[in-house]
Design a binder for this molecule. Structure first.
Ligand code: F6P
Length: 323
């Protein structure tokens, strides 16, 4: 292996730059030539591939977003699109790839590897933390801390006005951000796909809190909640309660930006180096992740399809702590 390329794809996540940096530096360290592909699979198809040197990633470890940009490519979903991408890689003599992204990125990477055989290793980059084979994903810790900061601020105003706030956090199909930021932010209730709270449960919990003279309450709602979003749940609860002053805040993409936490920078650096060294070891179609503080490689097949369940003990804690 002489030339590898790195790209970021799907939703951006804080720490992706730290990961790109680690890939570029590890490749340079191991005497590989390294290229950056702009805008993920979209840029691969268009040949937006450029040489990267160690200095190109200076002063990036602390930056949010991704210097390589990201995109969700429709064309790469087609065989024709993937063939164009392969031809571009051949043109640049790229013989190994590092893909930084989430399950959509890895699904595409797996198909691409099966069709064209270019070795590819993934680094888990998504704020959702919904990837099997790694305890945490790059960007998750930062997103949780961003959400937490917002929740603390919401609590101030909620408390001043004796209000109930429904706060919606990201997580397409998973409640990781909701659970972590909910426990950290002292939420009265967490509504996520991984628990089975009903509107009635929320209503009862809020009524109970009111009787106990709680001045404010925060209901943390995961974006992927099957009963509906925060606005819908808040209006249902409002209809079922009297005297509760309810407001809704959706935190949205604020959770995707900002400078990565130390934990994200280190996770990104470890998996970035792991991806390059995995390629050099002859590994392919796998993700480099960290489990129990050890670098491990998980086949894309498992990383995409296996569920990483939320620790139910955390959900039980909310019940105890919000009493
Ligand atoms: O996967 C990361 C994520 O931020 C999810 O939490 C969210 O559902 C989705 O991406 C939003 O995607 P987009 O930025 O394309 O709207």
């Amino acid at each position: 292996m002489k030339r590898i390329a790195v790209f970021t794809s799907g939703g951006d996540a804080p720490g992706m730059n730290a990961c790109i940096r680690a890939v570029v530096r590890a490749a340079t360290y191991h005497n590989l030539e390294v290229f950056g592909i702009m805008r993920g699979y979209e840029g691969m198809i268009r040949g937006r591939i450029q040489r990267m040197e160690s200095h190109n990633v200076s002063n990036t470890i602390q930056k949010g977003g991704t210097i390589l940009k990201s995109a969700r490519s429709e064309e790469f979903r087609t065989h024709e699109g993937r063939k164009k991408a392969y031809q571009q890689l051949r043109h640049f003599d790229i013989d190994g790839l590092v893909a930084i992204g989430g399950d959509g990125t890895f699904t595409a990477a797996k198909i691409f590897y099966e069709e064209f055989g270019i070795p590819i290793i993934g680094c888990p980059g998504t704020i959702d933390n919904d990837i099997y084979g790694t305890d945490y994903t790059i960007g998750y810790d930062t997103a949780v801390n961003t959400a937490l900061e917002a929740i603390d601020k919401i609590r101030d105003t909620a408390d001043s006005h004796n209000r109930v706030f429904f706060v919606e956090v990201m997580g397409r199909d998973s409640g990781y951000i909701a659970v972590q930021s909910g426990i950290g932010g002292g939420a009265e209730m967490i509504v996520a796909p991984e628990n089975s709270n009903t509107t009635e449960d929320i209503t009862n919990a809020l009524k109970k809190g009111k009787l106990q003279h709680k001045a404010s309450a925060i209901v943390l709602v995961a974006e992927g909640e099957v009963m509906g979003n925060a606005t819908k749940l808040a209006s249902e609860v409002k209809a079922a309660t009297e005297g509760l002053d309810i407001r809704v805040t959706t935190l949205g993409h604020i959770q995707r930006g900002g400078s990565p936490t130390a934990l994200d920078r280190i996770l990104a650096s470890r998996t970035g180096i792991g991806a390059v060294e995995g390629l050099l070891d002859g590994k392919a179609c796998m993700m480099a992740g960290i489990r129990n503080n050890h670098l491990v490689y998980t086949p894309f097949e498992e990383a995409i399809n296996k569920k990483k369940p939320i620790n139910q003990e955390l959900l039980r804690m909310v019940e105890i702590l919000s009493i």
